[in-house]
Write a protein that binds this ligand. Structure first.
Ligand SMILES: [Zn+2]
Length: 148
């Protein structure tokens, strides 16, 4: 079942408003990582994939707008061939500014991009993170393959 954003209700938060701090998202993801231990990467990818599918992307070109609207990051998608894409994510919600990890950690974002691409293209998507903010890059970058 794909949950649509419009199904989760409109929060009644007259004082606090609609948005929550990035810190809360990061603590959630890092706490899940700690709880899930070796199952964390795949579970976070699955979580991201499910959310990515529910964001309502109908075309690949629409994905950067959705990423910005949801404040996940500023996405730039380059089509390298008919079925290969490079997605650069600036200001990544999960890891921008985190330079102490020295390994790519964006499993959630990896899954989310796969889910959004799958929803938009109707293809199964294989995706890997090739650059991460945590490795000293100013962005995260992913290589995606659309498989029929
Ligand atoms: Zn990353």
């Amino acid at each position: 079942m794909v949950v649509k954003p419009e199904q989760i209700g409109k929060p009644k938060r007259a004082t606090l408003g609609y948005d929550v701090p990035v810190t809360l998202i990061r603590l959630t993801l890092l706490s899940l990582e700690e709880i899930l231990e070796e199952n964390a990467p795949l579970t976070l990818q699955m979580l991201g994939r499910s959310i990515g599918r529910s964001l309502g992307a109908t075309t690949i070109d629409d994905i950067p707008r959705i990423l910005a609207e949801m404040k996940i990051g500023l996405g730039k998608i380059t089509r390298n061939s008919e079925d290969m894409l490079t997605i650069r994510l600036m200001e990544c919600v999960g890891c921008s500014g985190m330079q102490d990890y020295n390994e790519s950690i964006s499993q959630f974002e990896r899954g989310l991009l796969a889910g959004a691409l799958e929803a938009a293209s109707g293809s199964t998507v294989s995706i890997k993170e090739t650059k991460c903010c945590t490795q000293g890059h100013g962005f995260c970058e992913f290589e995606a393959v659309l498989m029929k």
